[in-house]
Every structure is written in structure tokens, then in C-alpha cells.
Design a protein around this ligand. Structure first.
Ligand code: IPE
Ligand code: IPE
Ligand code: MG
Length: 617
């Protein structure tokens, strides 16, 4: 399939994003001949994810490995790497990037909900790499691989299990299913040892000997001979022995039977290609010092051609059970070929209705200009203080809710103006049923009325509405309005407005736990494989990202059962202003305050000294 079709069928229409995936694809093809061949056996969404993960890995690795002529020493590599990592962190927080490769990687991470920390183990080791790497013992070699490459492999394993409809996080493969972890680890060691042999000439060119000193000493091979590209009988014997060892490891790693049959076939092809690679290395050991050994084309095709046929049949018989959930693409300019392609690629969606831009604030206020990455991705608001606001004015409490709804509409316009992607608002909690009947009635009337204001067909904003909450006790017309709003705004890509109505955080978590328990009892999941990620898939709105900023108005400083799962690392901000008096300027102020905070996620900040904000700023 031509790459353009692969992107189309994966829903990738943004030209910069495509360019990023293309760069990753080319890097994969250039450096991972086998990985590339196997990626072509996977369905498009998984194929491009493989390119992004592998290709971005190659890109970062090249930053660390490739000494440019201007470099006097390793400092240049380290600096380039550090700049890339800082930019990646900032982009990931922002959920977008202007660098195509990072953009593709972040898109894949968001689509498959990969945890941000997972790239970091790799970065950490690459930092060490940037200063040159040497292994004294096999133990050290293994530890290095465990840090750098095994996380990638386990991640790939976890993606493949998810393709089979199973939930298995790398961490849970490692801790919950020890045999599976050992199998993947052994496969990883086999692959890494093979690659150490076939990449020997390139590593030597960079001054690295990728094998442990211990192995050289035992075999009587001198490091200096290798760096001078001098082959000896001892070296040739060492290569043959290592190739045997890697082959033995490969033979010990059966493809786990739980995988989707097509993925099983792809993995089988992968190990077969590695066996060919090993044979090519062992057949001409001396040549490894000069160039990468080529796998004979005929043998390659004898593995790949039947695999292609069997994989195609398997995907036809058992279609991909998991639908990846890509993050929304930025709304691009409506004209031009990219747009035409996008329409063609989404035959199921009705034509996207035009949207109106957000109306400016009556005061003429404009959103603050913040550096890219400073705007949070997800703001959640406890819209509190309606009742007290009304009472203070001698009005009945329901009047406060009416005024509060106007505030929400203004804040939504402001969220669009500042480019926020996710706004989640607490409209009615499972505890609010304790209120007097007249107040409940007013609230239930107000909600549908206000929702229609936002999704009104005559003046549609670029807002996608989601509802998080329980159906029980809600009047039918409220449920209908919420469901209609969700349906009617499905094609919107600007802002996702999640309305938490009849929502309770504990109820949400309890429902997810109950659902998982049912799945386990039915034998569809292995309880040992339940991870945070697998758990989150059972929340009301599984794709809701973590909350960056949680704001509460009305003067109280508590979260009142709001988003306990999603807001564990949110920055908290409490305003005294009652919600009916809030407008978009308060949202912008809050975002500016957020932008000045340092988020550490349990780590230590890696901010270059010159870019560090002044203390207390
Ligand atoms: C928040 O305002 C809206 C809802 C809970 C529905 P309140 O109604 O809680 O207002 P106060 O806190 O009583 O002032
Ligand atoms: C939280 O406000 C719920 C909403 C804003 C919808 P409450 O007013 O119900 O919170 P508590 O009871 O004062 O904590
Ligand atoms: Mg309240």
C-alpha cells in the first residue's frame, strides 16, 4: 500500500504530521530493514505507530551518536540531545509540536495513550551514550539494553497485545506475567546481540565497541585490533559463538499464543528474518569489521511472501478489534488539496459544517500571548458559588444557575480564543441530588437550554461536546440533549468540552472497577494484567487526558469528588469569585498563573540554567 493511502486510512491529514511520519518511516527503513519489512505486515494505524516509535528512536539515537565536524568533543552531542529532550517534554505537555518527528511521535503517544515517562528511560541512557559507551561485563551490557531497548520492545509487545483486544502494559507484562516478560526480554537480548554484530562496523567508526570487554578477553580478542578493523581467528570464532548464542535465545522465545493471529505471523516473520541476519553475520565474520552483512534477497522473500499472504487472510478473518483513538488534528485551512483528501478519507462522516469563530469579549479583551507549550492542554473547572451569588442579591438560588450558564458560554468562547483543547466543567454532582426539588428542577431545565446555546446549528462553535456522568435519575430530555450534543458535534476538532453532569468521581472509578471485574469473570482479561492504562479505558470518557489545571470558583478549597482519577497531578487554583461573575478573562488569568508554575511529576526539573525563570516568578 502506498504510504499516502496508509496515512489516509489512519486518519492522518495534516501535512506536517504526515511529513513527520514520513521521516520516521524513512529512518525505520534505513536503520531497521527488518523492522520496516515487518511493519508492512501490520494494519495501517499500527504500522505508522511502529514507524513513529522506531523512527523517532533512531532520530534521537543519531543525535547522540553522530559526531558532527564542528564538535570538538562529546559536549556537542550532549547539547543536541538535551535540546531535543527539553523540546520533546514541552511539546508533549502541549500535545503538539512544530518539529515533524516529534509531532509524529507525540501523535502516536496520544493515539495509543502511551505514558509520557516511557521515553525517558531511553533518554536517560542516551545521555550516558552521548559521552561514549563501554561495557566491562555482560551484566553491564544487559543493564544498558534493559534501559534503552527493552522498554521499546515491551511497548511494542503491549501494543500488539492490545491489537489482540487484551490489555497488557509493559510494566504489567514485566511484573504481572513474569514468563511473558522473560520471553520478551530473551527476544530483546537476541535481537540486540544480533544487532551488535551486524552494526559493528558503524559502531567502530564512532569509536564504540558494542560488546563487553569480558567477552573480548575470554575469546582473546584485542580491542585495538577491532578499532583498527583487523580480523583474527579469535574474532571469527567469537562471532560464531555469539551468533549461536543469539540463535539459541531466539529459539527459546515462542510467539505468545494470546496474540492476534496476524500479529503472531508478523512476529514469526520478524524472528525468522533475524535468524537470516545471524546466518549472514556468522557466514562472513571478518567482513563485519568493514560493513553490515546483507541478508540475501531470495531468503528474505521466502520469509516475507508467505507471511504477507497469511497476514492478509488473518486480518480479513479477524479484523483489528481495537480502534486506536487519534487526538484531534488542528483545524486546518478549509481550501487546498489536503482538505479535499481529508473529505475523501472520511466517507462516513457527513460533510463538516462550517463553524463560527468565537465571539470577542464585549470589553475587547484579547487572550494573552503565551509561548507555545505554556497553555495547558486540559483545564477542569468546579463552577461553584451560583447559589450564594444569587442569595447575596436577594434572588432565588435558581437565578444563580441561570447566570452561571452565561458565564460558561463566555468561558467556552475564551477557551477557543486561547487555543485550549480540553475544557471539563462540573455542572452537577451525584451529591447534588440532596438539594431542594425546586432547585433541582431549575438546574435540569437550565442544562439543556444552555447546551443548545453552545451547539446551536445557527451559530455552531468549533466545540465537541462530551458528557461524563450517570444516566440514573436524570430526566429523559436531559439525557437526550446530552446525547444529541455529543452526536451533533462529533466532527468538531477545536475544543472538547466535557460536561460532568450527574458525575461523581468515586462512582466513575467504582463503575470502571465493576466493569473490569465483569471482564475478568468472563475470562476476557487476565486480572494480573490490569494496569492504570487498562483501568482508564473503562472511565466515562476514556480518552480524556490528565487534567493540567483544576480551577474552583466560589471561595471553597476542595475538589468535591471531581475527576479524582484524571486530576492526580493537576495544578490547583482557587478563586474567590462566584461562578456567575467569572468570564473568559479569569480563565486567561488562571492560565497565565499556570504557565508560571513548574511541574515536576515527582522528578527534578531539567531546565537549562539560562532559561530558568527568576525565583518566585
Ligand atoms: C454550583 O453552585 C452549581 C452546582 C452545584 C449545580 P452552587 O449551587 O453549589 O452554589 P453555592 O456553592 O451554593 O453558592
Ligand atoms: C461541586 O459544588 C459540584 C458542582 C459545582 C457541580 P458543590 O457546591 O456541590 O460542592 P460542595 O458540596 O460545596 O463541596
Ligand atoms: Mg456549592
Amino acid at each position: 500500500m502506498h504510504p499516502a493511502r496508509v496515512y489516509r486510512s489512519s486518519g492522518i491529514h495534516d501535512p506536517v504530521l504526515r511529513r513527520g511520519y514520513e521521516e520516521c518511516r524513512r529512518a525505520t527503513r534505513a536503520r531497521g530493514e527488518i523492522e520496516y519489512a515487518v511493519s508492512l505486515l501490520l494494519p495501517p494505524p499500527l504500522r505508522i505507530a511502529t514507524w513513529a516509535l522506531y523512527g523517532a528512536g533512531v532520530t534521537v539515537d543519531c543525535l547522540a551518536d553522530t559526531a558532527q565536524p564542528s564538535d570538538t568533543k562529546d559536549a556537542g552531542r550532549a547539547e543536541r540531545l538535551e535540546a531535543w529532550i527539553s523540546a520533546f517534554d514541552a511539546d508533549l505537555r502541549d500535545g503538539r509540536s512544530t518539529d515533524p518527528v516529534r509531532k509524529a511521535l507525540i501523535h502516536t503517544m496520544l493515539t495509543w495513550n502511551l505514558p509520557p515517562g516511557f521515553m525517558h528511560t531511553q533518554f536517560e541512557q542516551l545521555r550516558l551514550d552521548a559521552h561514549g559507551r563501554r561495557f566491562a561485563t555482560w551484566e553491564e551490557w544487559r543493564r544498558y539494553n534493559g534501559l534503552v531497548t527493552t522498554p521499546f520492545l515491551l511497548r511494542a509487545a503491549s501494543l500488539m497485545m492490545r491489537v489482540a483486544g487484551l490489555s497488557a502494559e509493559p510494566e504489567s507484562i514485566a511484573s504481572g506475567v513474569p514468563e511473558a516478560a522473560v520471553a520478551w526480554q530473551t527476544a530483546a537480548d537476541a535481537i540486540l546481540l544480533t544487532d551488535a554484530l551486524v552494526d559493528l562496523s558503524e559502531d567502530l567508526a564512532d569509536g564504540h565497541v558494542p560488546l563487553p570487554q569480558e567477552a573480548l578477553d575470554e575469546a582473546g580478542v584485542r580491542r585495538a585490533d577491532l578499532l583498527d578493523r583487523r580480523s583474527t581467528p579469535a574474532f571469527e570464532e567469537l562471532v560464531r559463538r555469539l551468533a549461536d548464542r543469539a540463535r539459541g535465545w531466539l529459539d527459546r522465545t515462542p510467539v505468545p499464543p494470546v496474540l492476534h493471529p496476524a500479529v503472531g505471523i508478523a512476529l514469526g516473520a520478524y524472528t525468522d528474518l533475524y535468524r537470516l541476519r545471524l546466518r549472514a553475520a556468522a557466514d562472513a565474520p571478518a567482513a563485519l569489521l568493514l560493513r553490515r552483512p546483507a541478508v540475501p534477497g531470495g531468503a528474505r522473500l521466502r520469509v516475507l511472501l508467505p507471511a504477507r499472504t497469511r497476514v492478509a487472510l488473518a486480518w480479513t478473518l479477524f479484523p483489528l478489534p481495537v480502534r486506536p483513538c487519534p487526538p484531534p488534528e488542528p483545524a486546518g485551512p478549509p481550501a487546498g488539496p489536503a482538505r479535499a483528501e481529508a473529505t475523501e478519507a472520511r466517507p462516513l462522516t457527513t460533510e463538516r459544517r462550517p463553524v463560527v469563530p468565537p465571539a470577542p469579549h464585549p470589553s475587547g479583551a484579547r487572550p494573552p500571548r503565551l509561548p507555545a507549550g505554556a497553555v495547558p492542554r486540559h483545564v477542569a473547572i468546579v463552577m461553584d458559588g451560583n447559589g450564594r451569588w444569587a442569595t447575596a442579591r436577594g434572588l432565588p438560588r435558581p437565578e444563580g444557575h441561570r447566570a452561571g450558564a452565561d458565564a460558561l458560554v463566555d468561558v467556552v468562547h475564551g477557551a477557543l480564543e486561547i487555543g485550549l483543547k480540553y475544557l471539563t466543567v462540573y455542572a452537577f454532582s451525584t451529591e447534588n441530588w440532596k438539594r431542594p426539588a425546586d432547585e433541582l428542577q431549575a438546574l435540569m431545565q437550565e442544562v439543556p437550554r444552555q447546551l443548545r446555546r453552545i451547539t446551536d446549528d445557527a451559530k455552531p462553535l468549533d466545540v465537541r461536546v462530551r458528557w461524563a456522568g450517570l444516566r440514573s435519575r436524570l430526566p429523559a430530555d436531559v439525557i437526550e440533549t446530552l446525547v444529541d450534543a455529543e452526536q451533533g458535534t462529533r466532527d468538531r476538532t477545536g475544543l472538547t468540552l466535557t460536561v460532568c453532569l450527574n458525575y461523581g468521581g468515586r462512582a466513575e472509578i467504582t463503575a470502571a472497577a465493576a466493569h473490569l471485574a465483569q471482564e475478568a469473570v468472563a475470562g476476557r482479561i487476565d486480572p494480573a494484567s490490569v494496569s492504570e492504562h487498562a483501568f482508564a479505558r473503562h472511565l466515562h470518557v476514556p480518552e480524556l487526558p490528565d487534567v493540567d489545571l483544576l480551577l474552583r470558583t466560589g471561595g471553597d478549597q476542595r475538589t468535591s469528588n471531581f475527576l479524582p482519577w484524571q486530576a492526580t497531578y493537576a495544578e490547583l487554583l482557587f478563586l474567590d469569585t462566584p461562578w456567575p461573575e467569572v468570564d473568559r478573562r479569569d480563565l486567561w488569568d488562571a492560565i497565565e498563573q499556570y504557565a508560571r508554575r513548574t511541574r515536576r511529576y515527582g522528578s527534578v526539573p531539567r531546565i537549562p540554567a539560562q532559561a530558568r525563570p527568576a525565583h518566585g516568578a
